[in-house]
Ligand binder design. Structure first.
Ligand code: UDP
Ligand code: MG
Length: 312
């Protein structure tokens, strides 16, 4: 019987202070895995610090460590996508470089995978330690909103930390769309996917690589690529404002014919004009976002550009 093969996919962006620790900790977990042929793919997402040197150093001493260096920073989701696209093993686990998701769980995840007849295990956070109140709140409402809006169920409180098997990996490789929202797509692929509950730790060191702007872009991508519901918002807002306009018309006519008051106010007129102007801009902006996404797709540029690969 051949050994089960495992690839651990780790995206890294400016993680020089913790990359060595991360490597050692994952390696220590590998030593406890029985009958598994384990390797790591680090994706260096255009880091501007010493991450590249540190990774090259690790890979020169350990042939089970593969590296993909991007030509510039393409973002976390592109890095994970590159990792999956370059995986040939039976199973893969996606994990962040900051080890907020403990690699010590690999054993339990693989055991659960082997014991149950499933194709993916998505890890659900029970708690989040050491994250700001703001991050927790925004994350919570993001997941709630996604769940409301999305046309495929995206489990609450899951990140990209998950185990996927080659059936899912192969389907993922065939997906044609750009700007991949990895966790949504994996959920969309289907087959049998089961949850695994765990406690999320603090970042090992360094600071979050998801500043507010990136967070917003990530959330927008998730929503705009996974839901057509916001487009219905335009119709709903249009209906609401039509009703308001009709009510106003009745009110004015009533005033004119029965109470003898004629309308003198220009303030009310102006309010109405501004109100409808606002709604129109809002909905046009929304539709424009979808057009921008179509624009991106039509250009057909790749998700990322690889500068070089090591140990492949
Ligand atoms: N990351 C990346 N490219 C980026 C931003 C982040 O590859 O442009 C990596 C980062 O190195 C880490 C993972 O994505 O391994 C998650 O980032 P981070 O821990 O900063 O996000 P948070 O946990 O704060 O949401
Ligand atoms: Mg993190």
């Amino acid at each position: 019987m051949t050994k089960q093969s495992l690839t651990v996919i780790i995206p890294c962006y400016n993680e020089e202070i913790l990359i060595d620790k991360t490597y050692l900790r994952v390696k220590a977990v590998f030593n406890t895995l029985k009958d598994i042929d384990a390797s790591i793919i680090f994706i260096n997402d255009g880091s501007s610090d010493k991450t590249a040197d540190k990774l090259n150093n690790i890979a020169s001493q350990d042939v089970t460590v593969k590296l993909i260096h991007f030509s510039r920073n393409f973002g976390h989701q592109a890095a994970v996508t590159a990792g999956i696209n370059n995986t040939e093993s039976d199973i893969a686990i996606i994990i962040d470089a900051d080890l907020q998701d403990p690699p010590e769980l690999f054993n339990d995840m693989i055991a659960l995978y082997n014991a149950s007849n499933c194709n993916a295990i998505y890890c659900v956070r029970k708690t989040r330690k050491g994250e700001t109140f703001f991050k927790k709140i925004t994350a919570k409402y993001f997941y709630k909103l996604m769940d409301r809006l999305s046309e495929v169920p995206i489990p609450l409180d899951t990140g990209d930390f998950r185990l996927i098997d080659n059936k899912i990996i192969n389907e993922f490789k065939n997906l044609g769309e750009k700007n991949k929202f990895v966790r949504g797509l994996i959920s969309w692929i289907g087959f049998v996917q089961i949850p695994f509950y765990y406690e999320r730790d603090e970042r090992l060191a360094g600071e979050t690589k998801y500043p507010f702007k990136k967070m917003i872009r990530f959330a927008l991508n998730g929503i705009l690529y996974f839901s057509k519901k916001p487009l219905k918002l335009a119709i709903q807002l249009g209906l609401i404002s039509t009703f308001i306009a009709m009510a106003l018309l009745f009110y004015i006519l009533y005033g004119y014919f029965f109470s003898g008051q004629t309308v003198t106010g220009w303030a009310s007129t102006l309010t109405i004009v501004v109100f409808f102007g606002g709604i129109q801009l809002l909905t046009i902006g929304l539709v424009a976002q979808y057009i921008a996404n179509i624009f991106d797709e039509v250009k057909g540029r790749p998700d990322y550009i690889i500068a070089n690969k090591v140990n492949f």
